[in-house]
Design a protein around this ligand. Structure first.
Ligand SMILES: Cc1cc2nc3c(=O)[nH]c(=O)nc-3n(C[C@H](O)[C@H](O)[C@H](O)COP(=O)(O)OP(=O)(O)OC[C@H]3O[C@@H](n4cnc5c(N)ncnc54)[C@H](O)[C@@H]3O)c2cc1C
Length: 585
């Protein structure tokens, strides 16, 4: 049996303190809130998640979603539907949406904490509100007043849900290849036709209506992503008085059988002249969609943390309970709980420190986004936005890779029992594997980091972020004396600085060849800085920094070598094939 889920409220409160919740609560839109309100709302939501959401997690995994081929309707297991309806009825949706849009008016960093609790309790189910939150952000910025009135209020209430419709059979990482068409009919309405694949919660029986946000190409558009426009396409059309009208011409024609996240229906949708409305200007589709994609990237990063937290809870409970062999120092003739074996304790600490690092990285990015959006000083806002933009691909790729790593360690701690389904920990491993793939693969995130975020400004933003990490270490040393493992942190900062200068001055093909190890080096170094900041809080936090420094930051030198080795070593003949392109000018 799997360990019951416990919302990690203590760890969340500690990290909110480190990343500056106090400063966020002083920003103008949050004047009505006190620190106690944040604590109360998270505690109440934690209870709700443990009692109502978590029990549905393995049911969704076992039963999955079902498509009725005749009607195109998709049903999810009843307990999942009931849990999501209670979430709506109890007023939980829209915690971090501004009050004037019908939300709870909490900062983004508090919304992120609630999202973590939801995703830890049931990852598959959390994808439904996650996409709706992203759509609310997009529509609040890009929709007309009438569109906002029609869609936003009902999305905020949770009664309607939303989807993000980018991927097509021949357009995955390369959205410039999208072929879905939008044409104007005789009545001046846009008609959308095409096939979208892998659409999360693309059809289901949980919400009253589903609002699809679809990227499509209008007649005569330029090729590539510059020719894409964004359309809002409701499953059921909305009459002028706001009531639900006719069914629109969009239909689910397939639900995927997947490795994990079985409770989330992944749908193939056919749009057959469906009525849509243009959002924003024609050809501004990518710019608008980037708002939803950036939100979704941080949310997917959060899923890495969530799956890791749940896997660690299970591994820790198992390691305290399972007895095997005699640990060093234990009495002769006894067997020890496996947590007493140094190798098992090391695995558990690898998990725990990775979780600390992910939570710090994600919460600090969300708190920085709050400052970027609401600080009265424009220079401060710009500096914070620069950091959020820089850290978004780093967080997406690193946290999802860490999610897989921590879930894999949880299977290992369980031994053979981890490989069979009964303990529930195998589900964590299966569920974790999607994180590095969707919302832009981790390879694409690494390319975004080196090409757009680092090289476009000549490395300035990255230099500032690495300086901050170094300052955190040295200020912790002023408070506590030298931190254990500090030499590894200093070496990581200097490796990350050297790799950054190399990236800025190298040819495209060389930096693309090293983008993934570079991203890992940056993620470890920046997380190391945040762990150093947390270290001043307690002896145990300082000890965890030391463990992370020895076990993880000591890899920095190897990552520097791989990041800066260039592309010539990647010759296709090493794979036994020859290719037409070399990438060298
Ligand atoms: C469960 C699930 C849910 C999903 N939900 C949604 C959703 O809600 N909405 C939506 O629109 N999409 C969704 N997707 C689609 C997902 O975002 C894509 O699968 C993903 O972006 C990768 O595209 P692809 O599968 O076509 O892989 P490909 O683009 O074919 O990539 C294959 C491999 O090649 C690499 N690669 C490709 N191009 C490059 C390049 N230029 N440089 C370097 N490496 C490259 C990739 O990193 C990857 O390793 C979902 C997918 C799944 C499996």
């Amino acid at each position: 049996m799997s360990a019951p889920y416990a919302p990690p409220l203590g760890a969340i409160a500690r990290v909110l303190g480190v990343v500056g919740l106090d400063e966020v609560l002083e920003l103008p839109p949050f004047g009505h809130l006190a620190a106690g309100d944040v604590e109360d709302v998270l505690a109440a939501f934690g209870r709700f998640a443990a009692e109502v959401i978590a029990p549905t997690d393995s049911i969704g995994d076992h039963e999955g979603a079902h498509l009725d081929q005749q009607t195109g309707e998709v049903t999810v297991p009843r307990p999942l539907r009931d849990a999501l309806r209670r979430w709506v009825d109890d007023g939980w949706p829209g915690l971090a949406v501004p009050i004037d849009l019908g939300g709870g008016g909490f900062p983004e960093v508090v919304g992120l904490a609630a999202d973590e609790i939801f995703a830890t309790a049931n990852l598959s189910l959390s994808l439904n509100p996650m996409l709706t939150e992203g759509a609310i952000q997009l529509l609040s910025r890009w929709a007309t007043a009438r569109q906002k009135k029609t869609y936003v209020e009902l999305l905020v209430s949770g009664r309607w849900s939303a989807t993000m419709d980018l991927t097509e059979p021949d357009a995955g990482s390369d959205l410039g290849a999208i072929r879905t068409r939008a044409t104007l009919d005789d009545d001046g309405r846009w008609r959308i036709s095409g096939t979208k694949v892998f659409i999360t919660w693309g059809e289901h029986d949980v919400a009253e209506n589903i609002v699809h946000l679809v990227l499509a190409r209008t007649p005569g558009s330029p090729p590539g992503t510059k020719g894409l426009s964004l359309f809002v396409v409701p499953r059921q059309l909305v009459d002028d008085d706001g009531s639900l009208g006719m069914r629109n011409a969009v239909r689910c024609i397939g639900v995927e059988h997947k490795l994990g996240i079985h409770g989330s229906p992944t749908c193939m949708l056919e749009f057959d002249g469906a009525i849509g409305e243009l959002v924003g200007r024609e050809h501004s589709g990518m710019e608008a969609m980037f708002m939803m994609m950036n939100f979704a990237r941080l949310s997917v990063a959060l899923q890495g943390l969530a799956v890791a937290e749940r896997a660690h809870q299970q591994a820790l409970a198992y390691a305290l309970d399972r007895r095997q062999g005699r640990a060093p120092g234990a009495q002769a003739g006894t067997t020890s709980p496996i947590i007493e074996h140094p190798d098992v304790r090391r695995m558990l600490l690898l998990q725990a420190t990775s979780i600390d690092a992910m939570r710090l990285l994600l919460y600090s990015t969300a708190a920085t986004a709050d400052v970027a959006h609401h600080h009265p000083d424009t220079t401060r806002r710009a500096a914070c936005q620069e950091r959020v933009d820089l850290l978004t691909p780093v967080a997406k790729a690193w946290c999802t890779d860490e999610g897989v790593r921590v879930a894999s360690l949880a299977v290992q701690v369980h031994g053979g029992s981890g490989y069979v389904e009964e303990t529930g920990v195998a589900q964590r491993y299966r569920d974790s594997r999607i994180g590095p793939i969707y919302e832009g693969t981790n390879g694409i995130q690494a390319i975004d980091l080196v090409q757009r975020k680092v090289c476009r400004d000549g490395g300035c933003a990255m230099r500032r972020a690495l300086d901050d990490a170094s300052i955190s270490l040295e200020s912790a040393a002023l408070d506590l004396g030298e931190l254990p493992g500090a030499e590894h942190m200093r070496a990581a900062v200097s490796a990350a600085q050297e790799a950054t200068e190399w990236m800025v001055s190298s040819a495209d093909v060389d930096r693309l060849a090293g983008a993934t190890p570079y991203l890992e080096l940056i993620a470890l170094t920046i997380s190391g800085g945040l762990l150093a900041k947390q270290a001043v809080r307690s002896v145990s936090d300082a000890g965890r920094f030391g463990f992370f420094a020895v076990e993880r930051l000591s890899a920095a030198q190897g990552l520097l070598v791989a990041a800066t080795a260039g592309a010539d070593r990647l010759t296709p003949d090493l794979l036994g094939c020859s290719l037409a392109v070399s990438g060298r000018a």
